[in-house]
Design a protein around this ligand. Sequence first.
Ligand SMILES: Nc1ncnc2c1ncn2[C@@H]1O[C@H](COP(=O)(O)OP(=O)(O)O)[C@@H](O)[C@H]1O
Ligand SMILES: [Mg+2]
Length: 305
Amino acid sequence: MEPCSSIFICCLTSFCGSFSGYAGLFGRIGEAWQPIQSFLKISSATSALAVKGESPVAQVPACVSVEFRDVEFGYRPVEPVLDRLSLFVEGARKVGFVGRTDCGKSTLLKLVERLYDAQSGSVFVGGKDVRQWPLRQLQRICTCLSQNGGVFFSEATLLDTIRFAKPAASFLEVVQAATLACIHDEIMALQDGYQSRAGEHGKNLSGGQRQRVAIAQALLSLQDPEKKVVLLDECTSNLDPETEASILRNIWPLLDGKTVIVVTHRFEAVEDLVDEVVAIQECRAARPIPLDRTALAASAFPAGC
Ligand SMILES: Nc1ncnc2c1ncn2[C@@H]1O[C@H](COP(=O)(O)OP(=O)(O)O)[C@@H](O)[C@H]1O
Ligand SMILES: [Mg+2]
């Protein structure tokens, strides 16, 4: 199934709206810039259509809950991924999702951001059906960082890459974010330091470095007080357990008061941080089972799931 086209256009225009604001930061983007500009023109022309009819900006509660109610979803009609799944995550709570590969964890997070809509049932953010939120506002409230997350441009320096979400961030703020993401020392060891180029899709960086730059980028975006829901989808999967633990420990205080759903294959990395663990069971009929830590250790999940 393809994402609903208007949603898709809206996502693109929301992204591109930000991008055009940040473009000056990236200096000469070279030959790639021309097609990007054309694309932005087309996108901004369609954005008026995409947001037409959206309800006015809604009041955001101080703590934003996330609820899945009887959600049925499949990418293809005959292959359900979520089967009447219901789950309530209280505002400001930190919840870990565990479950076997392909059981639908990432899909659940995509429904929160409205990259897809449930075929039946509903997803609520802050008690409001996600379909009732103005899309841009929903995507400002919710940040998802996945394992291939981060925004990289071939000509952008690491400094500008990290401050992509907050163009006005000072050098010191960037260094602080990079330090929390455990990437500052490695950046400083590069010949050009923060002036090094990440390359297209971050190709000049290792998988682990890309993830840490993406985390630093996300950390700056978290300073926006409107960020209320943070979805971490295996965003440290390329890192060794010690580095993963350090980063999570570093960033956790910044998540105070925010609702956090963290998906990780290494449960040990989050067990001391989360308030609750939810096991997403069975590949095709995902059902959440809240487990306490002792029960989880004794559960049928194989180690690492
Ligand atoms: N864009 C997509 N198109 C079609 N099928 C998909 C897509 N994304 C995921 N799937 C399928 O949906 C199921 C759940 O995937 P996912 O939510 O990524 O699982 P998890 O994150 O738990 O590993 C898997 O069978 C996967 O192959
Ligand atoms: Mg996944």
